[in-house]
Ligand binder design. Structure first.
Ligand code: NDP
Length: 677
């Protein structure tokens, strides 16, 4: 008998109390593993996540969490071959496995890098600027994001046993949440092996990751207001989860990614000999055959101008007839079987239902040629193209989760958009066009109904990642029927796991709470110039007030000549006098900023290593010849880098004139050594 998969609960691997159900190889029908969660104490898992995992993750800064994700990604890269070999049992070809395994690891790398670059080396995130709430500046507000003391439960579909787990794990972990993974039973052996490798690496804190192999049992009963569920699967199961009392009344957050009738639209501008025609056909065939069409993002509806319908069907047939179907371990096979005989039955049922309003125009719904593999015990379905009248309701309602697409003709762009919208909300649509007007009107029409829209043409095709690939940096999810959830999208997914709170306080207390100096808070000036302090000594609020400097007409003329910026407002007194904003010659904004640097700098070698930029620069009051300026520089944020012997220091720069009016404000960004002898 094949091995019984185990769950990882409360710090140890647990075997079920029974012998479990068999999980079969998709191509041969042989038993790969058995699965059961009978006897698993899910309440203890939730407690362990909350009491052990959560506090351990939240003790780390975002940068430390990102570094661990990167280490896990590297570790999994080292065991990729083992995962790939096991993946063949799911019916995945090498190309399919790359999407799942490499795609999952790539997502970890992407989140590790984004987490380091876009999140602070801290445990809270600030959102937006400071809101002045009182005239005197003693009462201010700011939004902060903090981690929730809860558990992130993920319930995944069978089609991406590795990517499905990692794309949810990465943002949850960065957000400080421990994860409980519940993979779909059918392909759980691959998730289990991946979890074994992650846990075996010893990289993640105890309690950060647990696994349920088998049914979720009463897991949802244990969840409360700080917990969340991210679900991918059928709309039917999503409905069951949505109706759970802890979701309806208990405040448990539920994100859903469910069935989606994605479409691809061939633009009305495209002719059969345009490169876009081939790109369109190739895109549809790719989406029908990668993972044997078992992708939530696959193209189910093929929308084409009515005059090109037959040409498209012919071209699809020509390409699909070159797709060899069979056991994915055979290198000549381009498309593997579906994940299970159950899925094959579902697809056959869906095709039967579609045929009420559509004809099969390519492929054999009852068979087709299969290379290797057992045609009876293997879950093979060969590619099928149907052709439906645009009024037929079925293609907009029935999702055959396999290599099946339906071609529908449209009369004009408005009808194409209307047909797309009949899917009642989808994950992704693509439009293949080289016409800017078509691109804009179709995308604006599709956008309210989709989470992602790909516009493909001859210019982006070579680099395009294709219709069906969710990317870590772009939002994945869709409205309506697609579930209404949103995943990925870079740091958006991390923020989605955090709680945003508006904090109202005095500037001093807001500085203490956020760790970021707030305008109006105390400044600390001393005899030691802050540029002489390393990170070991520098504190938020350390400041320098510079001497004053008068700007002469000669300075302005010199700057104009020296830089070549001879814009009339700096050089032509008569023309400048007619300028409604200035009424005469004014200093260049960049002159003001340059002179300000000269005023605040401490020039000798010291711990300040580099100036790497300026943020939020605004010129507020024009500076005329004879005006004098001074600058106040205050440390607003200190971010040590974990992997370097320096860190980033953000300074608030405020340039004022002789009347104390603000002339310019900006943030100066520097790199400062952690230690300086
Ligand atoms: P299901 O909705 O049946 O299962 C998805 C996940 O939910 C699995 O992990 C499953 O576990 C779990 N689950 C099922 N019932 C419950 C429950 N009552 N409480 C908690 N968890 C539960 O989808 P499948 O994976 O079987 O796929 C079926 C269909 O879903 C496909 O044919 C396709 O139409 C659609 N689908 C959509 C996807 C998308 O991304 N939009 C992706 C994959 C599928 P278990 O496996 O142990 O039952």
């Amino acid at each position: 008998m094949a091995t019984l998969l185990e769950s990882y609960a409360a710090g140890r691997w647990i075997r079920a109390e029974d012998e479990g159900e068999p999980l079969l190889d998709a191509a041969t029908g042989e038993e790969v593993a058995r699965i059961s969660s009978r006897g698993l104490d899910v309440a203890a898992m939730v407690r362990h996540a909350r009491d052990v995992g959560g506090p351990a993750i939240r003790a780390l800064t975002f940068h430390q969490r990102a570094a661990l994700l990167k280490a896990v990604a590297k570790h999994l890269t080292g065991v990729k071959d083992e995962l790939t070999t096991l993946s063949a049992h799911t019916g995945a070809t090498a190309r399919d496995t790359a999407v799942d395994v490499d795609g999952g690891i790539g997502t970890l790398f992407s989140y590790a890098s984004r987490g380091t670059r876009e999140l602070p080396n801290d445990t809270i995130v600030l959102d937006g600027g400071v809101e002045q709430l009182g005239k005197g500046g003693t009462f201010v507000g700011r939004h902060v994001y903090t981690s929730r003391p809860g558990v992130a439960v993920q319930i995944n579909a069978f089609n991406f046993p590795v990517w499905g787990m990692l794309e949810k794990l990465a943002p949850a972990f960065l957000a400080g949440l421990p994860t409980i993974v519940k993979p779909a039973s059918q392909t759980a052996y691959l998730t289990e092996l991946t979890v074994r490798h992650i846990l075996g690496s010893g990289l993640l804190p105890a309690g950060a990751l647990q696994l349920i192999s088998g049914s979720a049992g009463n897991l949802l009963d244990e969840l409360t207001v700080q917990d969340s569920i991210a679900f991918t699967g059928s709309a039917h199961t999503a409905g069951i989860l949505r109706r759970h009392p802890n979701v309806v009344d208990g405040g448990v957050r539920l994100g859903v990614e469910a069935d989606s009738l994605n479409c691809s639209i061939l633009g009305p501008d495209v002719r059969p000999d345009d490169p876009e025609f081939d790109l369109f056909v190739k895109g549809v065939v790719t989406e029908m055959t990668v993972k044997a069409g078992q992708k939530c993002t696959a193209i189910r509806r093929v929308l084409v101008p009515s005059g090109l319908r037959d040409a498209v069907i012919e071209a699809l047939g020509a390409r699909l007839s070159r797709i060899t179907v069979g056991d994915p371990r055979n290198p000549d096979v381009r498309m593997g079987p579906l994940a299970s005989l159950g899925q094959r039955d579902e697809v056959r049922k869906a095709v039967e239902a579609l045929r009420a309003g559509a004809d099969v125009v390519f492929g054999d719904p009852d068979g087709g040629t299969v290379l290797d593999g057992d045609p009876e015990r293997g879950a093979f379905v060969t590619p099928l193209v149907l052709r439906a009248a645009s009024g037929a309701p079925e293609p907009h309602d029935i999702e055959p989760f396999g290599p099946v697409s339906t071609v529908l003709a449209y009369a004009d762009v408005d009808e194409a958009v209307t047909l797309a919208a009949r899917g009642r909300g989808s994950l992704v649509a693509s439009v293949v066009t080289h016409d800017p007007d078509v691109a804009r009107s179709v995308v604006l029409g599709l956008a309210p109904w989709h989470g992602r829209v790909l516009v493909l043409d001859r210019d982006d095709a070579a680099e395009s990642t294709g219709h069906g690939s969710p990317l870590p940096t772009l939002v994945h999810g869709g409205p309506g029927r697609a579930g209404g959830g949103e995943e990925l999208g870079g740091i958006r997914a991390v923020l989605g796991h955090l709680q945003r709170t508006a904090v109202q306080a005095s500037p001093d207390l807001l500085t203490a709470i956020t760790g970021r100096w707030t305008t109006g808070a105390a400044r600390r000036e001393s005899d030691v110039h802050p540029f002489r302090k390393s990170l070991a000594d520098l504190r938020i609020g350390d400041a320098i007030r510079s001497a004053r400097r008068t700007i002469s007409l000669g300075d302005i003329e010199h700057f104009a000549e020296f830089t070549g910026d001879t814009f009339y407002a700096h050089t032509d007194a008569e023309a400048a006098a007619r300028n409604p904003l200035f009424g005469g010659i004014v200093a260049h904004g960049y002159l003001v900023v340059s002179l300000a640097a000269g005023l605040f700098v401490e020039p000798s070698p010291g711990p300040v290593l580099a100036n790497f930029g300026v943020d939020n620069l605004r010129f507020l009051t024009p500076v005329k010849a004879g005006d004098s300026i001074a600058v106040t520089l205050t440390v607003t944020q200190i971010t040590p880098r974990n992997t370097a012997d320096y860190g980033e220091v953000r300074w608030d720069a405020l340039v004022t004139n002789q009347d104390d009016k603000p002339v310019a404000t900006y943030d100066v960004l520097t790199l400062v050594a952690k230690e300086w002898p």
